[in-house]
Write a protein that binds this ligand. Structure first.
Ligand SMILES: [Zn+2]
Length: 188
């Protein structure tokens, strides 16, 4: 959430997001176009991709916030403010994440199992893993993925645990940070 956004990532040209969306309940495909063409999404749903995305609904709520999936009927809810103002790559990756939860819901999995802390919940780990792999594919660095995983409602220790579960190359991040420090020092 802390990454400056103007950088271009390699998001497929087929992807279009209706940033001017109004609040209300809409068909997923009317807001999020082209996701059925993305390999990561096709891997989530397999041969059911077209069927699932065609019937999926999105409840756009007119407040600040992010996105989630209903554990009552598996629809996505999303902040209109976030769809309008969030960085494109961030909204894109969050949708991929939520689509994992949609599939989990239809598999009968419990999305919000209170037996687990957020970052240890198997449903969250899978969704973040798929998101992190897609983040790499569109050209994000390990550090950028690490920062993407730093969501506001988790602690520093939980953030680290989540990054490890997503196979973020933490050694590489430390190395790059040290190199950047060294480079900064020599300039002084
Ligand atoms: Zn989630």
């Amino acid at each position: 959430m802390t990454i400056p956004s103007p950088k271009k990532y390699k998001i497929d040209r087929s992807i279009k997001i209706d940033r001017k969306v109004l609040s209300g309940t809409l068909a997923f495909k009317d807001i999020f176009v082209g996701f059925d063409k993305v390999d990561a999404v096709r891997q989530i749903f397999g041969e059911k991709t077209d069927e699932q995305l065609s019937k999926l609904k999105v409840e756009v709520f007119p407040r600040e916030g992010f996105m989630g999936v209903s554990d009552e009927d598996g629809h996505i809810f999303a902040s209109q403010y976030y769809i309008r103002n969030g960085a494109m790559w961030s909204v894109y990756l969050d949708i991929v994440h939520e689509l994992v939860h949609v599939r989990q819901f239809f598999e009968g999995k419990q999305l919000f199992d209170p037996a687990f802390a957020y970052v240890d919940r198997p449903t969250e780990i899978e969704a973040y893993q798929v998101g992190a792999m897609e983040a790499r594919r569109i050209g994000m660095t390990e550090l950028e993925i690490f920062e993407y995983l730093e969501v506001p409602w988790i602690s520093k220790a939980e953030h680290l645990r989540l990054a490890k579960a997503c196979n973020v190359l933490l050694d590489e991040i430390v190395l790059n940070r040290d190199n950047a420090k060294t480079a900064g020092n020599t300039k002084k």
